[in-house]
Design a protein around this ligand. Sequence first.
Ligand code: SF4
Length: 348
Amino acid sequence: MVKFGSKDLARYPFLREALSYVTKNEFKLEDLDNPDYFHLVDRAKKKIEQYVFEGKLGYQIDYNKTHEIIVQEEVIIFLISLLLIKSVSIDSVTKKFALLESMRFEKYLVGDLDSSNHDDGKIKLILYEIFKDLFKTTIYLEVNIYNFYKIKIDDYLDHPIAFQEREWNLVNRTLNKGFVYLDSNEIVRLFRNELYLLIIDRIKRMNPKKVPEVIVTISNSIKNRWEKMYPPIRPSGHHDITPPCIQHIYDQIKNGENLSHPARVLLGTFLIYSNKSMEEMLDMFKRLPDFNEKITRYQLEHLAGKRGNTKQYFVPSCEKIKLNNLCFETEVCKGISNPAQFFYRKKF
Ligand code: SF4
């Protein structure tokens, strides 16, 4: 095991080495009702509220302390966050938190990989440890090209993204002597899903003997606020039947899952066709883990023909939806070639 003694470790509180900073002081989650921890509970609460209700990555590590205290505090805040999310116990909250928290770690990883060429060796060891221990992949620094890394082709192909998107296909990658070459952004992107799953897994594993009162109180308030903000999705519009493809998207949103680009276009055009107001549409999209109001508003206006070339986009045909694997055809789709036709079904 690599020994770390640096405050850099505070950026990766999920590592064993970071955890050892609190276990050696016999920290227990059951002790969180002790007022000595309230300032850390408060920081975890604020971080979660920013992630979950504002979709913002505003959390900052407080570096104005000794190295040991910085690492201890970051690990404890991380553990408190996991416990709070586990106590809220709403799938979509868990997924949104995991996405934003993994994006925070991604940012640190990209920054550290970018500077690891000229930094001391310690941070490099942390990074290699993360990839090797957690993701079971060895990454190598390419000494001949500035800030480039390489991984074995077999390891690369273990990642579904290598088959999902054209830019990630091997034919579009730089290869040499059995290695794939990637810059820091790409290497972190390759592991995006693993990082996200790691957070989900850590949340599931939170199992204290007794959940402290302070955690119960805060998690109840987060839960109530979430349920007020996001009441159950009801089928919209003046039609009786929701097309199965659209219902599937509603279910994904309800479960806190992210949507692919084609699914967003389908939902957006369908809602526009249903005569939904911008606020009603935003209300639907804001449930997505990576919601950004400015971008979503722009995209919806673009689909509605209020931006750019003023062309309004119509709901895609069933044929096109099938090509994007978004069709969930049932009996009700008989004779339908576009989900928009469901609007007229009621009249007959
Ligand atoms: S057949 Fe058309 S309307 Fe039905 S689920 Fe598939 S894409 Fe949607």
